[in-house]
Design a protein. Sequence first.
Length: 266
Amino acid sequence: MSQENLIRINKYLSEAGFCSRRKADKLIEEGKVTINGKIPEMGTKIAEGDEVRVSGELIVPKEKPVYIAFHKPIGIVCTTDTSVEKDNIIDYINYPTRIFPIGRLDKPSEGLILLTNDGDIVNKILRSRNNHGKEYLVKVNRPVTDAFIERMSNGVPILDTVTKKCNVEKVSSHEFRIVLTQGLNRQIRRMCEYLDYEVVKLKRIRIMNIKLDVPVGKYRDLTSEELKGLNKLISSSSKTEEASRNKPKQATSKKFDRSSRNRRKN
């Protein structure tokens, strides 16, 4: 192995979250550290696969946090169950370490989805009551009217509830932009269906402060500035336990709410 891939033992213990480098040096001096069963000298470097122990305790390095932005193609399913769904996002990306998607994006939709191995950030982002905006470009089969924009903006009855008010604006004759702060199942498609529109194309272009800027099927690491902004936006988000206690019940029906559509005002 090249010298570039070697790491000093004190740095290894520090990055593993076991102790500070200064404390690691003291432990090495006291003979409490072993590498592959042998007591090392100060400044000894280790390679991948070496077994490091402190007072007999095996030290396993922390998994490096991963945060990536992926442009999901149409036809890919946002699931980690690779044994059931062959067109799954995990096999498609084929990332070298274990990651999972933050939320979902429908199989017939494309656009931005974030993936990570950081469970804490996932829990915070997914709490709809924290009002984290997701922006979409949507093409429909009929001309977008002012009445349609107004109805979409002010809430549409689907899944035994009424969607939250949201920002909607016309982009072209058959296309509109919408920013959601909740994530009901197939929400945009159901909202359009209720108003007698059919979604022809749906593309997510932003999640909070992260914008879609990579080609279809490609991904990139989030920048330090994006992570800084993301953490600022979720700094007041609910923790898992807290949010679970207060989370309202939601219907999980996968069928379009045609009955409620038939009851709407003309």
